[in-house]
Design a protein around this ligand. Structure first.
Ligand code: CAA
Length: 704
């Protein structure tokens, strides 16, 4: 595409209108900055042009630099004129007209303009930190001058998107204009300011910088210490804003540029860029046409008012969907509704939800008794007790009640989707939509394709996930589906290591240091240990070679159920969730290991980490080899959103690639020799290692 097509210039009664047209989001791909520069030059050279408007075609202003270009050789010489400087230096005023998104380099472009107008639905932000970098085009220097260092730090270090109204209050936007009239309103605005001099250049205004004291920066560093551990980008953001407060503008920009260049090719930035694209890739289904017609969803129903069912109903209500919730008895419904209310009330108490908003959401959830009351809903999600006989009964009722064409989804985490589909006379309408607990909080939405699920039923589920604020990922119908099946060996290995001499607190520390928000043993205590206990018993009966976990069983048999009764892998003080290592647990571990005749040894942190994560890498390869997941990157997305895997490490498979596929294979093969069958290397892993193909590039030919 030529530059002229990417950026257009037209003169409208004395106002030069510069339109960026680089779908889908007007990223600043090669040609766009050059096009803007040329258009500004043209406007300045034309005596008939008094002022200019910079506007985006399509759905957005500018969503930032083209992220795909990072890590590649620069497309322009280092000394080329930058459109930011050319805009800022323009002797004629330039007005940014913002709709959709002005993010990163997009907002930086707008900040280099002399004025900014936006429609109410527009969002602005400097989200670079989320892809492991910092704003690299003057954003860290201009924003503190415009809104003060404190507010600028908040925006830049969090990377959050601000709605136009908030941006207007802060002073980023000069005027909010009616939704459908952006172009005309911006032209009218440009006309009003065309002759005003001096031009308001943000770079010249240092008044607000005095607020940027050493204390402010120190306090900001402290406030992010836990959340930003192992990361450099949030600190680089702070450093750049600090430079704005201590150096002249041009020197501050040079400092920002240097920090940007140090950061852009870092492991952290690579991993976060990978995660950004992996997430978008996960939404694409190569086996289903993109233009397939989705089944409309206006109303939803949830069957089962337990903890999961309640969380699912909240997920719908939170995104504006009216939802009915049903259960077998009035008491179960009342309990479920009380739990939902109490969850919302906790959010109100914490200040993350307005009381008024809580009432609106609650009003969207209607408890009903009897399947006939949900019959006309567009989608139903079954979330009843995980027992095949219970499920079969419920699915007969669902099939009998629901209107033709309704989407029939199950939230099962462990039962074969086909069993439920085959209870109905319409198995093509059935699929899995697996939420993760707590369902209203966790972002992963695992869509499970049954043998007979129709393509539009799958595509509608993927879309539904997005509409209720989740990240959808597709899984084949295999025991545990993709997320839990790939994580199962991790959970097994962590307990086996106890037999060999590790302690829960040591394992947890390794995983928290790696970047997990909490250690896996604490996670087990939060979830409750009895569920795993029951599952292990069931599996041991089902699979003759099942690797039993005697320590985990003894812990439960000693009455330690997790946080719910104040003792699990740790002990807890009443009313407090701080885990304390418990000598009784250490004793159970030691005694059980002695009975099993297992010699204890000490573990290095590296061994703990690799034992847990490599076990899962191997399983993920088996899943891909069996065609139960489409892409290794889908597994990564599931680990990021389902299990709190640190995003700045990309995901399970991306992280393994940082070690190297050959080394991963060799280690797994060595453990196979030492520990036996559970470490048998996946044939796919072996093929990848032989070919030197990165794990993250592994794909299934099709979903089976
Ligand atoms: N570069 C390249 N491609 C981008 C992009 C970018 N900055 N932003 C979005 N895209 C692509 C997506 O990959 C996607 O492509 P496919 O259709 O091929 O998958 C397409 O545009 C649409 O994006 P989404 O599916 O994400 O659409 P959405 O409507 O859900 O979200 C968005 C839109 C909020 C803009 C989101 O895409 C987003 O957050 N983009 C990244 C924004 C960002 O980080 N900007 C800063 C870039 S760094 C920078 O600017 C540095 C600097 O200082 C100069």
């Amino acid at each position: 595409m030529s530059e002229r097509e990417l950026v257009r210039f037209e003169s409208v009664d004395g106002i030069g209108v510069i339109t960026i047209d680089n779908p889908p989001v007007n990223a600043l791909s090669p040609g766009v900055p050059e096009g803007i520069t040329a258009a500004i030059d043209r406007g300045n050279a034309d005596p008939g042009v008094r002022a200019m408007v910079l506007i985006g075609a399509g759905r957005s202003f500018i969503a930032g630099a083209d992220i795909r270009q990072f890590g590649k050789a620069p497309s322009r010489p280092a000394n080329a004129r930058r459109h930011y400087d050319v805009t800022d230096d323009s002797p004629k005023p330039v007005v940014a007209a913002i709709h959709g998104y002005a993010l990163g380099g997009g907002l930086e472009t707008a900040l280099a303009c002399h004025y900014r107008v936006a429609v109410p639905s527009a969002k602005v932000g400097l989200p670079e930190v989320q892809i492991g970098i910092l704003p690299g085009a003057g954003g860290t220097q201009r924003l503190p001058r415009l809104i003060g260092p404190k507010a600028a730090l908040d925006m830049i270090v969090s990377g959050r998107h601000l709605p136009a109204e908030e941006a207007h209050r802060l002073g980023i936007i000069d005027e909010v204009v009616p939704e459908a009239q952006l172009r005309d309103a911006a032209i009218a605005f440009a006309r009003r300011v065309a002759d005003k001099r001096p031009l308001p250049r943000i770079r010249d205004n240092d008044e607000k910088l005095a607020e940027g004291t050493a204390d402010l920066f120190e306090a900001t560093r402290k406030s992010i210490a836990r959340r930003a551990r192992n990361q450099r980008a949030p600190y680089a953001c702070i450093e750049a804003v600090e430079a704005a407060c201590t150096l002249p503008f041009d020197e501050g920009c040079a400092r920002e540029r240097k920090l940007f260049e140090e950061q852009v090719n870092s492991d952290e930035a690579r991993a976060l860029r990978y995660a950004f694209f992996a997430e978008r890739e996960a939404a694409k289904l190569p086996h289903i046409p993109r233009e397939i017609e989705l089944r409309p969803i206006k109303t939803a129903a949830v069957v089962g008012a337990g903890t999961m069912g309640g969380g699912i109903a909240m997920s719908f209500a939170d995104y504006g969907y009216p939802v009915k919730i049903t259960d077998a008895t009035q008491e179960a419904l009342d309990r479920g509704m009380a739990r939902i209310r109490s969850n919302y009330e906790t959010s109100v108490k914490r200040g993350s939800l307005a009381a008024e908003e809580m009432e609106k959401r609650l009003a969207r959830i209607e408890p009903v008794l009897g399947y006939d009351k949900i019959a006309d809903c567009d989608v139903v999600i079954e979330a009843v007790f995980e027992q095949i006989s219970v499920k079969e009964e419920v699915w007969k009722e669902i099939d009998a009640a629901m209107k033709p064409g309704a989407l029939l989804y199950t939230n099962t985490s462990g039962i074969d989707i086909d069993i439920m589909a085959n209870v109905t006379k319409r198995p093509q309408d059935v699929a899995g939509t697996h939420f993760f607990a707590p369902a209203n909080v966790m972002k992963l939405f695992e869509v499970v394709q049954g043998t007979k699920s129709a393509p539009d039923v799958i595509a509608s589920a993927m879309d539904l996930g997005r509409k209720i604020g989740k990240v959808s990922g597709l899984a084949g119908n295999t025991d545990g589906f993709v997320a839990n099946r790939s994580r199962a060996p991790f959970s097994t290995e962590m307990v086996i290591m106890l037999e060999e001499g590790a302690l829960p607190e040591q394992v947890d520390k390794v995983m928290v240091d790696f970047g997990y928000p909490v250690g896996p043993f604490v996670v087990s205590d939060i979830s409750g240990l009895d569920i795993g206990y029951d599952t292990r018993k069931r599996r041991a009966a089902q699979y003759p070679n099942y690797r039993k976990l005697p320590i985990a069983d003894r812990i439960v048999e000693a009455g330690r159920l997790g946080q719910k009764n104040g003792k699990g892998w740790y002990r807890y003080e009443p009313g407090d969730r701080t885990p304390h290592p418990d000598p009784e647990v250490a004793r159970i571990i030691k005694e059980t290991a002695a009975e099993l005749g297992i010699a204890q040894h000490s573990f290095t942190d590296d061994e703990i980490l690799k034992r847990m994560l490599f076990a899962s890498v191997n399983e993920a390869c088996k899943i891909l080899d069996e065609g139960k997941a489409l892409r290794a990157s889908d597994v990564d997305v599931m680990w990021l959103y389902g299990f709190g895997f640190p995003r700045y490490r990309g995901g399970l498979m991306f992280w393994a690639d940082t070690i190297g596929v050959r080394e991963v294979y060799n280690q797994i093969a060595a453990w196979h020799q030492r520990y036996g069958e559970r470490w048998a290397p996946s044939p796919l892993l072996r093929r990848l290692a032989d070919a030197g193909t990165p794990l993250r590039e592994a794909k299934a030919e099709r979903l089976r």
